[in-house]
Design a protein around this ligand. Structure first.
Ligand code: COA
Ligand code: AMP
Length: 608
């Protein structure tokens, strides 16, 4: 408790915490229950007040649009305060939700901070999600306003956001009264009179508003993530614990000081973007880089090194998949030699397992420490890492090092007993979780308990499997549920199955994650057709269906039509056995299998 009382001193409170943890209602815990603050004021106003008004706060670098823009802390505060005024004028009040469906443009960060400023709750939806996914999130969050844009820019095409937004609003049961649309030069869209409003017109005349104090336990945002079912889970983040934990992690995990340039090459639609593009760097007065581009193809595999050199990036945080993509196109690192990357002190990687090959390649080529760290949307900041701002522990390839303060990591057998060092099991965290982690799911305490807390009472189930070695180093081996990780993006195989099942020719289906050289994992679908249905063209239609319903980013490229799926006698599809064959690590075949010949027949299709 003393630790988190002391860590709280890094935050400016409008009412300082007297109580640190409310543990009166287990398994629900609340940090800093009597405190008040404003997260936006901590991210912007206090740095301006401390003399950082002229320091760059945000560097936006967009090779796909050929643009760059630097916002100082003073400018970012001004734009944010005025957009907060826009939201206020549209009737958004403390506790109201605002859905943000934007590409990687500064307005995304400004809209998030503006919500925080007036105590509204933002829910950012990744721009690569299709209308159906957006509609599901709108219906769960019931926003007062949606903020979106005319388009996003992918290397191969302009992605028109407005038709997707319109389709989502048509499909949703709780559409907002107003949409604020950022019109981008590359493609301008039609606005629906009365409903849609132009960001630039509104902000030109908006009155800035001051930050309002909110309870530390008030929600700052809801971020939806994939669970094991098709319905996304609304991860809630509160204001106080979040600010304390992120400020602590910026200093002690990432070793960032005020004025340092920190770049998380992710997307604001994912948790990495929330924590380490937007809030983390700004909470500690650093400069954050927002990059609208890819590691390769915009224009070449030297893109990341150019950004580091041009903006003096000290810390880069990205996903291993980005490094694998660069390595594939430039194995010798010849693009790297063209840039002066001497400002870079550390490369942090997260979002998926860091394979030792990628770790060694990045270490050799960049000649800086490469730090694996493990966390999830639910926790918001690293569960395990090498705390570079405290002491650099010896690295072990394949391990994200050791648990961070507040995370009491245990490896459990299915029975609930603890595994010995080196023994694999379910990675669980003993309650309470530290500040900054999810207090619950949006509007659904029961689902929070059922999803995470029931399997092993007193523990939070991470969904990952792994082990602790004799030295206390954690090794994360992968998900033990039906969540898959595609290029550092999290998807539910259940959600993809639900889409495949809507095709009229499909009788039943299974989706599993299979290994991919670049993306770590990609989903692969197997369908059994209805009696009499023709297989002609079905696979292509199913791939198109997933693109339309979930989004291209789910990367479903292969769907196989098979005669039957392996099942237990009670009718449960043996996905684990299928995964084992696909990974070349044959799992024991359960004795409850209905017909071993069905699994046998799939072997040639599944085998790596
Ligand atoms: N809006 C619309 N479409 C999007 C999108 C967005 N924001 N992001 C991705 N897509 C689309 C892409 O255009 C692509 O469509 P296509 O099938 O028509 O080509 C598809 O989704 C897959 O995109 P992507 O995952 O970017 O794969 P890729 O093969 O184009 O590129 C990588 C591969 C490795 C370069 C890319 O996955 C990458 O940059 N990964 C880093 C991931 C990351 O930052 N993760 C965050 C966790 S830290
Ligand atoms: P997300 O919620 O999208 O951040 O995904 C979280 C999941 O990504 C975790 O549960 C892990 O399965 C995986 N993951 C994230 N970081 C790592 C890592 N460093 N090593 C292994 N797996 C990781």
């Amino acid at each position: 408790m003393a630790f988190w009382a002391s860590a709280a001193e890094a935050v400016t409170w409008t009412r300082a915490p007297r109580q640190i943890l409310d543990d009166s209602r287990p398994p629900f815990y609340r940090w800093y229950p009597d405190a008040e603050l404003n997260t936006c004021a901590n991210a912007l106003d206090r740095h301006v007040a401390d003399g950082r008004a002229a320091q760059p706060a945000l560097i936006w670098d967009s090779p796909v649009s050929g643009s760059q823009r630097i916002y100082t802390y003073g400018e970012l505060l001004d734009e944010t305060a005025r957009f907060a005024g826009v939201l206020r004028s549209l009737g958004v009040h403390r506790g109201d939700r605002v859905v943000i469906y934007l590409p990687m443009i500064p307005e995304a960060l400004i809209a998030m901070l503006a919500c925080a400023r007036i105590g509204a709750v933002h829910s950012v939806v990744f721009g690569g999600f299709a209308p159906h996914e957006l509609a599901a999130r709108i219906d769960d969050a019931r926003p007062a306003v949606v903020v979106s844009a005319s388009c996003g820019i992918e290397p191969s095409r302009v992605v028109q956001y407005k038709p997707m937004l319109d389709a989502a609003l048509d499909a949703s049961e709780h559409p907002p009264q107003h949409c604020v649309i950022v019109q981008r030069d590359r493609h301008r869209c039609e606005l629906v009179p009365g409903r849609d409003l132009d960001w630039h017109q509104l902000i030109a005349t908006a009155e800035p508003v001051a930050a309002v104090p909110v309870a530390a336990t008030d929600p700052l945002y809801v971020l939806y993530t994939s669970g094991t079912t098709g319905r996304p889970k609304g991860i809630v983040r509160d204001n106080g614990g979040h600010a304390v934990a992120l400020a602590w992690s910026m200093r002690h995990v990432f070793d960032v000081e005020p004025g340092d340039v920190f770049w998380a090459a992710s997307d604001v639609g994912w948790v990495v973007g929330h924590s380490y593009i937007v809030y983390g760097p700004l909470l500690v007065g650093a400069t954050t880089v927002m990059y609208e581009g890819k590691p390769v193809g915009t224009p070449d595999p030297g893109a990341f090194w150019r950004v580091i050199a041009e903006h003096g990036v000290k810390i880069l945080l990205t996903a291993p998949t980005a490094i694998r993509a660069i390595r594939k196109e430039d194995p010798e690192g010849s693009c790297l030699a063209k840039y002066d990357t001497s400002a870079l002190t550390t490369l942090f990687l997260a979002g998926e397992r860091l394979d030792p090959d990628t770790y060694h390649w990045a270490s050799d080529k960049l000649n800086v420490p490469v730090v694996d760290h493990w966390w999830q949307t639910e926790t918001g900041w690293p569960i395990a890492a090498n705390p570079m701002g405290i002491e650099r522990l010896p690295f072990k390839a394949g391990s994200p090092t050791v648990p961070m303060p507040g995370y009491d990591v245990h490896i459990l057998h299915p029975s609930g007993s603890r595994c010995a060092p080196g023994e694999q099991g379910a990675i669980c965290l003993r309650l309470p979780l530290p500040p900054g982690t999810l207090p619950t799911l949006w509007d659904d305490d029961a689902r929070y308990e059922a999803s995470y807390l029931c399997e092993h009472p007193g523990y939070y189930l991470t969904g990952d499997g792994g082990y602790l070695d004799e030295d206390g180093y954690l090794f994360v081996l992968g998900r033990i549920d039906d969540v898959i990780n595609v290029a550092g993006h999290r998807f539910s195989t259940g959600a993809i199955e639900a889409v495949l099942a809507t095709h009229p020719a499909v009788a039943e289906c299974a989706v599993i994650g299979v290994a991919d050289e670049i993306k770590g994992q990609v989903p692969r679908g197997f369908v059994v057709l209805q009696a009499g249905a023709s297989a002609e063209g079905v696979a292509g239609e199913l791939v198109a269906l997933v693109r339309a319903e979930i989004g291209a980013v789910a990367c479903v490229r292969d769907v196989d039509v098979v005669a039957a799926l392996p099942k237990t006698r009670s009718g449960k599809i043996l996905r684990k056995a299928m995964r084992g064959i696909a990974h070349g690590t044959d799992e024991p075949i359960p004795s409850t299998i209905e017909d071993p010949a069905v699994l046998h027949a799939l072997r040639p299709i599944l085998a790596p």
